[in-house]
Design a protein around this ligand. Structure first.
Ligand code: Q46
Ligand code: ZN
Ligand code: ZN
Length: 305
């Protein structure tokens, strides 16, 4: 298989990747060029941010978030990082090490939130609050601290490394349940809300997991390869597998499913569901739909145990 772009230029060069959804085989140099252009176009198409914005990237230590942090800086954006140390045994220790090492390498500022000192590690929360799924607690807590630190440290944009496969599996789950509220929030950019929420963006939303892994590998970035141990058996992973099978038979389906949702269904949903109930938590002053926010509630529950 030869690189298609090289071929146009009259050069014969072996391709290192075949992007079946685009019917495109590319050599290393042209894959990197294609990938970075794709990210740049996504940022522009959705008006995510400009070079004047202060961006904070939520970095877990995995391929997507580290790759995203790298590429944003390479493209000239002003992007620092934030890492939440979840306190899930070795997995969290290793993840933190990868993130800290990477921050040093690219010379950007890194904020670390250690849950074991802020509230309690996810391992402890899993034991102490057994009636709530640990991933739901983890999601609530991560979102809370990332938004809080972004505002406190003067960032106006929060970027996450959610890729096309992540988006598709969530979209698929929300569609199966016809969960209009969640569907109405599933857009690559969520605008800032007063002084409560910073803008949230997903520049990798049109990049597959495979494309992201290749780019991170080619850039020589070291990342944690293990999945979070608590993700085993997660529905989202099963949906990813189903979509992987569909994609293999019908290349391009993932992208079509996502793009058509954005084009055809999403416009019908926006503005229908507003943030009417939003208020400030009486304890911590962070945004909440109830008098006391979910994180303060968890803290209160722990104090009673
Ligand atoms: S939610 Fe659940 Fe993830 Fe938190 S506990 Fe691990 S799998 S890290 S995105
Ligand atoms: Zn080429
Ligand atoms: Zn609170």
């Amino acid at each position: 298989m030869n690189c298609k772009i090289c071929k146009i230029k009259g050069i014969k060069k072996n391709a290192i990747v075949n992007l079946s959804s685009y019917n495109l085989s590319l050599c290393k140099e042209h894959f990197i060029e294609w990938f970075e252009r794709r990210i740049q176009n996504t940022i522009k198409d959705f008006h995510m941010f400009t070079k004047e914005d202060k961006i904070l990237v939520a970095v877990s230590g995995g391929k997507d978030s580290l790759g995203l942090w790298f590429v944003l800086n390479k493209l000239g954006y002003d992007a620092d990082g934030i890492h939440i140390d979840l306190g899930i045994n070795d997995y969290s220790k290793k993840s933190r090490e990868y993130v800290e090492e990477f921050a040093k390498k690219i010379g950007r500022k890194l904020y670390i939130v250690d849950l074991s000192t802020e509230i309690a590690s996810i391992s402890i929360l899993k034991e102490k609050i057994p009636n709530k799924p640990p991933c739901s607690l983890c999601g609530i807590i991560k979102r809370y601290y990332i938004n809080k630190i972004s505002k406190k440290e003067g960032y106006n944009v929060l970027a996450t490394g959610h890729n096309l496969d992540d988006e598709i599996s969530v979209l698929f789950g929300n569609t199966l349940n016809w969960n209009l509220y969640y569907l109405s929030k599933q857009y690559p950019i969520l605008k800032e809300h007063k002084d409560m929420f910073v803008r949230k963006v997903k520049p990798y939303c049109r990049i597959t997991e495979k494309e992201s892994a290749i780019y991170t590998f080619l850039m020589g970035i070291k990342y944690i390869k293990e999945e979070c141990p608590l993700s085993i058996g997660a529905t989202s992973l099963k949906y990813k597998k189903i979509f992987g099978d569909i994609e293999e038979q019908f290349p391009g389906t993932k992208l079509k499913f996502f793009n058509n949702f954005l084009r055809r269904l999403y416009p019908l949903l926006t503005n229908k569901i507003s943030e009417e109930n939003l208020q400030r938590c009486k304890i911590c002053d962070e945004p909440s739909s109830l008098e006391i926010c979910a994180v303060c509630n968890i803290k209160m529950k722990l104090a009673k145990l």
